[in-house]
Ligand binder design. Structure first.
Ligand code: HMG
Length: 445
């Protein structure tokens, strides 16, 4: 069977930064540790006034294609996943192709382009589409370009405001990939939920507390569904578990729930039993409430064990390192988590080839998906080529007044012109409006 997966990744962050403990917390009258320890975030990325979902997507794709020595003729499909689209008809991928045609010889007229929407899980769904297209043999030797791009902005004053972010992740999907091979096995947890939605509005309507519960419930279903096809998952078999990361504190909860689930009926549960007892079983309780109380108590104890803490530090924490500095990138977030883990492994000199990642994607509304990925030989070269740290360090650190202006500048209901805070350098920029209301873009050397 041909291996299909991600051959290369590129990341593009918005060029601005909001310091959460230093700038945001004092304005909100909150303890800075609510953000750094509670939510697990140090900063958010924002788009400068000349940036948007198209520029970030095109910039990530441009870097990816240049680095891999690709021409438009090598790409048979461009899929953009986003929940920040500004057009109900013309897909963002057409704008991205238009940008790329400004800097490459040739065009993308032969390429199938589309846009995927299902909240934050659409990036993973686009990976699926590309995988299926290649597996079906319809790609004529060409690769797919999948780009997840979002400006995750909330209304000012919304509880989600602390979790904002902006950036794009571009992925090249090929046969015989150089980074990770995707598993055929997948698990889903999907239900009609109203936890987070944008009914023809820019900023989301969010029931934040409920959204956390829905995330965990759907993720658990997806894990059970995955195990029904791939067999039981064991914690020691996984190098990393990149989860969708709206904020690292969410993943802290998902990691704990996942660990309890996958250690049930294993030697790990037996070992831990001496210290914290065995996991509660529903059949031992008269009613659901007392069962849930017992589960909560067990989880609290589990969280404090040395065994769990070590596993979390090795398997989950490295996936969160970049997210802590950029916030929620919606569709790109889980793909950033994978990148963060691989970057961590490279820096630690860890040999990951042949090891397994379990990837937990999620989108509100709501759906979770779990699949496995096998790290390919030569993965180090792909990760070494990234410049994530340089990009993060180069961001302009906004004052509170800057932040207020830039939030207004990106608010579709406001007509505010804001001077750019950074100077674009070898990147695509928004260049005003065309005669039919289309957005125009230009490459700045
Ligand atoms: P909040 O209500 O302002 O915060 O917003 P909180 O009071 O719940 O505090 C957050 C955490 O900080 C808590 O930890 C506090 O205890 C802790 P927890 O108990 O949950 O473990 N804390 C502190 N820790 C240390 N020192 C302190 C301190 N103070 C408090 N001084 C909320 C939280 C999640 C509701 C908000 O950020 C929100 O609405 N976010 C947007 C929705 C969201 O991100 N939901 C996540 C799941 S849904 C999802 O992932 C999908 C999404 O990406 C969209 C899509 O799919 O398209 C959002």
């Amino acid at each position: 069977m041909t291996a299909v997966g991600i051959d290369a990744i590129e990341v593009w962050t918005g060029n601005l930064k909001l310091d959460l403990p230093g700038t945001f917390a004092p304005q909100k009258g909150e303890d800075p540790e609510k953000y750094t320890k509670g939510l697990g975030l140090n900063a958010s990325s924002f788009p400068d006034s000349y940036e948007d979902i198209v520029t970030m997507a095109a910039n990530a794709a441009h870097r990816l294609m240049e680095r891999k020595g690709l021409e438009p003729d090598d790409i048979g499909r461009i899929d953009v996943a986003t929940e920040s689209a500004f057009d109900n008809s013309k897909p963002v991928s057409t704008y991205v192709a238009g940008c790329l045609e400004q800097v490459f010889d040739g065009d993308f007229h032969h390429a199938n382009k589309g846009e995927r929407k299902f909240a934050c899980i659409a990036g993973t769904q686009s990976l699926d589409d590309a995988y299926n297209w290649i597996k079906a043999g319809r790609n004529r030797g060409r690769a797919a370009l999948v780009i997840a791009t979002d400006t995750a902005l909330y209304a000012r004053g919304d509880a989600g405001e602390a979790t904002q972010g902006a950036g794009a992740v571009a992925m090249l999907i090929t046969e015989e990939p150089g980074l990770v091979e995707l598993s055929t096995e997948q698990g889903y947890g999907s239900a009609d939920e109203t936890d987070f939605l944008k009914p023809n509005q820019q900023f989301p309507s969010v029931d934040g507390k409920r959204s956390v519960k829905v995330y965990l419930a759907r993720m658990r279903e997806a894990l059970e569904d995955y195990e029904s096809v791939a067999g039981d998952v064991h914690p020691d078999d996984l190098a990393f578990i990149p989860f969708h990361t709206p904020f690292p504190g969410m993943v802290r909860k998902a990691g704990l729930l996942g660990y309890r689930h996958i250690t049930r009926d294993t030697a790990i549960e037996d070992d831990l039993a001496e210290e914290i007892g065995r996991q509660p079983r529903a059949e031992a309780f008269d009613d659901e409430e007392s069962y849930h109380d017992a589960l909560r108590e067990y989880m609290d104890a589990l969280k404090g064990t040395e065994r769990y803490r070590e596993w979390y530090a090795q398997t989950i924490d490295p996936t969160l390192e970049v997210s802590r500095e950029v916030g929620n990138w919606y569709t790109g977030s889980v793909h950033l988590a994978r990148t963060s883990a691989l970057k961590h492994a490279l820096e630690a000199g860890r040999d990951l080839a042949g090891e397994t990642l379990l990837v937990g994607s999620y989108g509100s509304g709501a759906q979770a998906e779990i699949h496995a990925e096998t790290v390919c030989d030569g993965w180090e070269a792909e990760i070494e080529a990234l410049n994530v740290d340089e990009q993060l360090a180069a961001r302009y650190d906004m004052s509170w007044a800057d932040y207020e202006q830039i939030h207004d500048a990106h608010n579709h209901d406001m007509d505010v012109d804001v001077e750019e805070f950074t100077a674009p350098d070898a990147e695509f920029v928004f260049d005003g409006w065309g005669r039919m209301g289309e957005r125009k873009y230009r490459y700045v050397d």
